[in-house]
Design a protein around this ligand. Structure first.
Ligand code: 4AD
Ligand code: MG
Length: 462
């Protein structure tokens, strides 16, 4: 029995192979006088492998009816190709047709718009562009684990179902088994969540941070890498209701150490993809973003800027730029402001830090000015915020006061407060948006096109 070789390995062969088996899907087929050329792709790499099917094959008549999208298993000899554009091709001795296709197959040779391809998310990974995006997505995930594992961080699986609203924004998807038509009621008419599955209200997590803090207070350096969910109704090219986040959390670490790590990982990931996905990047440069490589190299070479929020506001005010959203101390930076800072002003990635306490969540450490908290957002050209993080409030009394200020009941977070009661330490962490990072390294401008099956307001197909 011959074990199958991937198209990638076959194309990388250093010598002819007398007997080889490859399998995959027909990209194109064209007939010449006594033979048929098949471009075979199995997704192992961008390129396809040329198969020569001679008319002496027993099922040649069936082979001549093969259309784009059909699946086949090919046995034959890997030989040096006489044709242009490839070093190797397979002269088939046997072709098994596994699954047919026909001319209703939506991915015919011609180029398609991303909008059309989004509607066939189950087939689009078979296209060159999306095959490349999702191979890079896989590599990026691997590189993230490698980055942290090499630096002594432990991987933590934070729960997906949780009782806490980490970001305090109320953008929660409820998890319940209560019968919507006939919910259990309390005496006051409110729904009685004590009778729900978990005997309390539960939600899909918006962030694994609070749980990561517990583990950083034990294993020192941890990171989560998992799905997070936000019920925010923002239909932008940068927001998704289900996205993946990487959240490192470090004990004995202050805001500066946190900013250092955020900058280091962004550079590391760009360098890793530069090195390991050259063919995919080449395709993105051709079809997605001509400036991609220049921009990535620029980010690698430049020192990232750091600027306090107050100063960023002053720069924006003095810019003379007409923004759609107002610029005022105490207001959040909008994407247009973030992009002005990185693209027009500093012309490099920028970390904005020390935001007004009013616009940031309860867990951030209060600065001595009593006005700002140790928040930091890392902004990159083309995307804006890619990382959001902070040093955490480690002082029990200040944390409790923060919670009350945010209209939270400290009694609901006793376990979190325990971390401050027993061996509390300065600690910090951040969240890196996996899809935003992927947009950064691919140049793809819509988050829907870097997620296998995107979930956005009004849309959860597949
Ligand atoms: O700034 P965020 O909301 O921070 C947190 O959730 C913290 N608890 C993280 C932490 O300190 N451990 O989100 C972090 C990052 C953002 O910078 C962005 O890259 C990404 O997550 N993100 C989203 N990505 C896609 N769609 C959305 N709706 C996103 N919301 C945040
Ligand atoms: Mg944020």
């Amino acid at each position: 029995m011959l074990s199958p070789t991937s198209v990638k390995n076959a194309l990388q062969s250093t010598a002819p192979v007398a007997a080889i088996q490859v399998q995959g899907w027909v990209r194109t087929r064209r007939d010449s006088k006594d033979l048929s050329f098949i471009e075979l792709n199995d997704g192992s790499c961008l390129r396809s492998l040329q198969i020569i099917a001679k008319n002496s094959l027993a099922n040649y008549a069936d082979i001549q009816r093969l259309t784009t999208g059909a699946s086949i298993i090919v046995r034959g000899a890997l030989v040096a190709s006489q044709g242009k554009g490839q070093n190797w091709e397979v002269v088939a001795e046997k072709i098994d047709i596994v699954g047919g296709s026909d001319d209703t197959y939506p991915l015919q040779k011609k180029g398609h718009t991303p909008e059309f391809l989004r509607e066939i998310a189950h087939l689009r990974p078979r296209s060159n562009l999306f095959g490349s995006v999702f191979r890079v997505r896989s590599r990026l995930a691997f590189a993230i684990h490698q980055f942290f594992q090499d630096r002594g961080f432990f991987y933590l699986s934070a729960p997906i179902i949780t009782g806490s609203d980490c970001e305090g924004a109320g953008e929660l998807f409820r998890v319940t088994t209560i019968d919507a038509k006939n919910p259990p009621k309390k005496a006051d008419g409110e729904i009685d969540y004590a009778k729900d599955f978990f005997a309390r209200p539960t939600y899909l997590t918006v962030s694994g941070q609070l749980e990561a803090e517990a583990f950083a207070s034990a294993l020192s350096k941890v990171y989560t890498f998992g799905p997070t969910f936000r019920a925010e109704n923002s239909n932008t090219s940068r927001h998704s209701n289900e996205f993946w986040m990487i959240e490192p959390e470090m004990a004995f670490c202050d805001l500066n150490g946190n900013m250092d790590l955020a900058e280091e990982i962004v550079k590391y990931l760009i360098r890793d993809i530069r090195e390991h996905c050259p063919e995919e990047l080449g395709l993105f440069v051709k079809f997605v973003d001509k400036e991609l490589l220049a921009r990535l190299d620029f980010v690698l070479e430049r020192k990232f800027q750091r600027v306090p929020y107050t100063e960023a506001i002053e720069l924006l005010k003095k810019s003379g730029e007409k923004f759609e959203f107002p610029v005022e101390y105490g207001l959040n930076l909008q994407s247009e402001h973030e992009r002005w800072l990185t693209e027009k002003h500093f012309k490099c990635p920028v970390t904005v830090f020390n935001y007004p306490k009013e616009i940031k969540p309860f867990y951030m450490r209060l600065n001595d000015d009593d006005k700002t908290v140790t928040a930091m957002d890392l902004l990159v050209p083309g995307i804006g915020e890619i990382v959001g993080g902070s040093q955490r409030e480690e002082r029990l009394d200040v944390l409790e006061a923060n919670m009350r200020r945010h209209k939270m009941n400290p009694a609901d977070y006793e376990w979190y407060l325990d971390l401050r009661r027993y061996g509390t330490v300065p600690h910090s962490g951040f969240g890196l948006g996996f899809e935003r990072m992927l947009m950064c390294v691919t140049g793809v401008s819509n988050i829907r096109d870097v997620i296998p099956f995107a979930r956005t307001p009004g849309s959860a197909e597949f």
